[in-house]
Design a protein. Structure first.
Length: 225
């Protein structure tokens, strides 16, 4: 009898743990964040089964408040708003339409585009001139993805940034689409004018042409005989 009771107690304990794990998704919490109904439980969970938390969900759990059991607690949006939970370069507030973190529970949802703060691939388009490199930008002001023309495969020289945050190759020695600096005979000129030096490919090429002409002339004379 005692053994049976212990077994029943163990099973009940395991069942309760399972319930807590699978019931961790709290649909009412989508109202604790601005535009929370846009993605629903996928704001905090990686799938509709709530199998695991996203990084935003992990941060949200740290901001649960209320003198009630944890299953009934609410998310405190204030300290969660300025965080960049999914590390995509945009704060949770920017992605959910509250860039200045002024929204409080009960306010109307902010207007505009909304992105998932728990998904690194869901974020606003880059804003050129923001002073930070964002996805899709090669540069922004003094910030560059590559440091100079050489690293960009455009020869030597400094890079510049255009007004629409694209690389400016104007000062590069070999900007994209340009041909390398070739000598008259089609060989690349090297430092010191090596291609024009005695015994160079250019000199040997001219001598070969002369010899070829003499051989051709001799062959024609034999043919006439």
């Amino acid at each position: 009898m005692t053994s049976s009771l212990r077994s029943s107690g163990l099973l009940l304990g395991l069942a309760s743990l399972t319930f807590v794990t699978t019931a961790s998704a709290r649909p009412f919490r989508v109202n604790d964040i601005p535009n929370g109904t846009k993605y629903g439980c996928l704001n905090c969970h990686g799938d509709t089964k709530a199998s695991y938390n996203t990084d935003f969900g992990g941060d949200a759990r740290l901001q649960l408040v209320g003198d009630v059991p944890v299953q009934e607690q609410n998310v405190n949006w204030g300290p969660l708003c300025p965080l960049d939970s999914d590390q995509d370069g945009w704060t949770n507030g920017q992605e959910l339409g509250d860039p200045d973190c002024t929204w409080t529970k009960g306010d109307p949802d902010p207007k505009g585009f909304v992105y998932n703060p728990g998904n690194i691939d869901s974020h606003p388009p880059p804003v050129c001139g923001s002073g930070k490199l964002e996805a899709g930008e090669a540069c922004d002001g003094e910030l560059f993805l590559v440091s100079d023309c050489a690293e960009a495969g455009a020869g030597e020289g400094p890079l510049a940034c255009t007004a629409d945050c694209k690389l400016d190759y104007t000062q590069c020695s070999q900007p994209p689409g340009s041909m390398p600096d070739l000598g008259v005979d089609g060989t690349t000129d090297e430092a010191g004018g090596c291609s024009a030096a005695p015994g160079s490919a250019r000199g040997l090429g001219g001598m070969g042409a002369v010899i070829g002409a003499l051989v051709f002339a001799a062959a024609m004379r034999r043919k006439r005989r």
